[in-house]
Design a protein around this ligand. Structure first.
Ligand SMILES: C[S@@+](CC[C@H](N)C(=O)[O-])C[C@H]1O[C@@H](n2cnc3c(N)ncnc32)[C@H](O)[C@@H]1O
Length: 211
């Protein structure tokens, strides 16, 4: 999916067009797990990532990086010595990401397996988890597994979990279910936006303080 000229470069217009077409193809093959027809805009990506104040050795994890619009923002604001791990389920996206961002670490698999992935790679628990997963279209059992992993990672630390939900899907049962699940487990919650410079517009959700 990616050419070698992409390596380490921020996405330009042509790359974004090619990413958009590739992303749409993946959506047609796996609508439930891709959950969107286009990659996120840089406006949504910036709102999602927020300020990164990681210390050397601290880890940020991204769930579902896709073609990498959020990864781009993380990479350019990652403090020296801080670490990054992306977990992507789709093998095509995973291949594109490993070619495009040779300095970053990507795992091919499910975010639900976070505990084992960290153990296997000798990584610490993350201080921030940023998710592009389409919770509004993920089955309840998958939501539960992913939420349990997030809680495990952030328990006892000062870190947070950030994700987005599209405005048009905010009221869907699965989207409400995921928010209720997180509200049971986290004391802190804020909703930012909507970010309107994204197709479609989306809210950013932030959770912190595992109960
Ligand atoms: C809505 S897209 C977001 C892509 C990208 N973060 C963006 O904002 O454009 C959802 C992504 O999550 C990935 N995904 C879905 N289920 C996953 C899972 N259980 N673990 C890891 N990645 C998953 C999909 O393959 C896809 O890349």
């Amino acid at each position: 999916m990616a050419s070698s000229t992409d390596a380490g470069q921020p996405a330009n217009g042509r790359t974004r067009l090619r990413d958009g077409l590739g992303f749409f193809g993946s959506f047609l093959r796996n609508p439930g797990s891709v959950g969107a027809v286009l990659p996120s805009s840089r406006y949504l990506a910036r709102a999602l990532v927020g300020r990164l104040e990681l210390k050397p050795g601290e880890l940020i994890v991204e769930y579902g990086p896709g073609t990498g619009p959020v990864t781009d923002v993380i990479r350019t604001s990652l403090p020296p010595g801080a670490r990054y791990l992306g977990i992507e389920l789709d093998p095509r996206f995973h291949e594109l990401l490993t070619q495009r961002y040779p300095g970053l670490e990507f795992h091919l698999g499910s975010a639900a397996d976070i505990e084992g992935v960290l153990r296997q790679r000798g990584l610490p628990r993350p201080v921030r988890i940023i998710s592009g997963l389409p919770f509004a279209s993920l089955p309840a059992a998958v939501q539960d597994g992913i939420a349990a992993g997030i809680v495990h990672c952030l328990r006892g630390g000062g870190g947070d979990f950030r994700t987005f939900q599209y405005v048009h899907a905010y009221g869907l049962r699965a989207a409400r279910r995921f928010r209720a699940l997180m509200a049971e487990r986290f004391g802190g919650f804020e909703r930012l936006g909507p970010v309107v410079r994204n197709v479609p517009p989306a809210f950013v959700l932030r959770y912190w303080g595992v109960k």
